[in-house]
Structure formats: C-alpha cells, structure tokens
Design a protein around this ligand. Sequence first.
Ligand SMILES: *Cc1c(COP(=O)(O)O)cnc(C)c1O
Length: 373
Amino acid sequence: MNVPFLDLGVQYRAIQNEISEAMRPVFERTAFAGGPFVGEFEDQFARFCRTRFAVGVGNGTDSLWMALLGLGVGQGDEVITVPNTFIATAEAISFCGAKPVFVDVDEATCTMDPSRIESAITSRTKAIIPVHLYGQTADMDPILDIASRHGLRVIEDACQAHGALYKGRPAGSMGDAGCFSFYPGKNLGAYGEAGAVITNNEDLANAIRKFRDHGQARKYYHDIIGWNGRMDGIQGAILSVKLRHLPMWNEARRRVAAHYGDLLVDVEGIRLPEEADYARHVYHIYAVRVQDRDEFIQSMKTREINCAIHYPVPLHLQQAYRHLGYEQGAFPVTERIADELVSLPMYPELSDEQIKYTASSARELLMERLALA
Ligand SMILES: *Cc1c(COP(=O)(O)O)cnc(C)c1O
C-alpha cells in the first residue's frame, strides 16, 4: 500500500463539478485580477473568521508583510516571533526593514512560549507574531495581555490554522491582524497562490487594500507607493467553493488524528502531538517526535509511507539569518523538536486502511528498535 504525505487529487475529484461551475462565471466576466469573485470570498472568509474585514492578497507571505507594513512596522523596529516556523514569518519582518527577534516555543504545543516574551522586549519592539503551528493556536491570552501592557501589536500567523479555535475564538481573529496562506497544501488551499489578512481594524483593512493595488484608490491616481499584491479572481472563486467544505475537512483531519492517537498511544519511543485544553486543533500537520528521525523516515519510505519534516532547521540556524548572530543552543526546545520531528501523512481523505498501515508500520519499526537496544 502506498501512503502519500498529501493527496490533493482525491479532494479535487470529490468537488470537481462545483469547481467547474464556479469557474465559468469568472471566465465569462473575465474578472481575473482582484474583482468581484475575490470580494465575495473576502466577505465569506471574514464571516467564517468572525472579523469585520478580510483582504485577499497574493499569498501568505504577502499577507504577513502587508499586515506589518499596515501597522507601521518599519526600519529599525524589532518583531518578536518563534524560530520553529516556516521562514516566511521571519522574511515578512525582514522585508519591512525590521529585525526578527526569536523566543523559544512550548515543548507540548510547539507554539510560542508566553513566559519567554517579556525578556525579549526592548525599546525597539513593535509587534509580536505568534504562529499557530501545525493547526493549533498559540496560547493567546497571555500573549495579548503582554502586548497590551507594553503597547505592542499582535499579528497572528494563522497560515496553518484555518478554522482552528482558541477558547472558542477563531484563529486569526484575536490580534490586530490575522494572516492566512491559501497555498494548495494548506487546510484551505487555492489552485495556485493566494492569501488574506483578517482584521477588525477598518483603517488597516483600507491600508492593505490600497497597498495591494499599487497605492491607488482610483485607477492611475497613486496616493502612496504600493505593490501588486492582489488575489486572482480564479482563486477567489475556488476558495469560495472550498470554504464551504472546510469545516467538514477539518473534522475529517481531527478524526484521522484521533485514529492515529488510538493506534499509537501505547507505543514506546514516539511522542504524539498534544492538544492543549484551550485549543481546537485542525491538524494541518500531524507532528510526532521520535529519536533517530531520519532513519525512521527512511524506513517508513521503504514501506511506501511518505513522511515529512516541519522543519528540519530552525530559523535562527538558517544561513539566511546567520547575521542575527544566534548560536546553536540558543533555543533548546525548538532545536530538540527540529531533531526529532516527523510529520506523518495527514489529509482529510486518508483512508482507515492507510491510517492503520501507517500506524502499524511505525509501531513495528519502533518495536524493532527496542528489541535491538
Ligand atoms: C505557508 C506558510 C506561510 C507562507 O504562506 P505562502 O502562501 O506560502 O506565502 C507563512 N507562515 C506559515 C506558518 C506557513 O505555514
């Protein structure tokens, strides 16, 4: 049996007719760059996230960058985030002219450890970006509390957490802005590149709307120097279709996770993902931890089970961020996670047979190890 890490084709085949129907009006109205289909999706996504505004942009990296710019983060500022994330979180900070300042993550949830934030705050700190990694939100209340006491902005990187909840509140809706990616493999994925910023701040929504469209409110009259950061009309229409299915897909991901959990809970040598009591986890990634991770992944691969690693090198140890001057050992929890993490196959349509085969293979491999030890 083959178990892909992710299979976007099986999902497409299930909604093929809806997608085709949604495409026709986009082509007929030739509404390709921004336009009414993006607007419709924005309204629906804002409602889904329970915020006043959603602004569609070109991708998730742009959504982070534009949210930071729109909140006034710039040259010489510092923004606190985590080193256990995809590099886009830090790139967005860097491309504002600001400096990423890392704090370690919580061992149980792999998200920002709020107890580390205050000692990282300086007179230059402008904002905090917690990352809702793997589909689970960071512990937002203490983060929001610290931010408000120090006059800092909070931008949620919700690129892996579409539909996740924190104490009943939607991911992305709690800070000054929430940033989403609709990269094809995300829980809500476009058929190309797309992203969005959600916010309750009307000035911020308007600033990003203007910025993403070359700084113009009226065609060819440019109030500010902006950028081309629009979402495609085609992606808007596709995302409107897929948003209707997202709650079901997230439920299916939770069922896959529960099934993995049942099958692996008594296996020695594997640490399963923990769901915090505040969280409704939507399992973008099912991240387990094992020793000798690379060997484990190789052995799974010989059984045609495809795992992944999110992420093998923490940001503070990446070549691109060497100039920040962090050393190995600076963030021990993040570094441990980076050494041990294995993302098991995870998508809503994963079959019971595939889940059982993956879990029993993991069990066998880890038992063999125990026997050899
Ligand atoms: C995917 C992702 C991004 C970037 O989104 P793109 O649409 O690929 O630009 C940013 N942050 C995190 C945590 C992500 O997973």
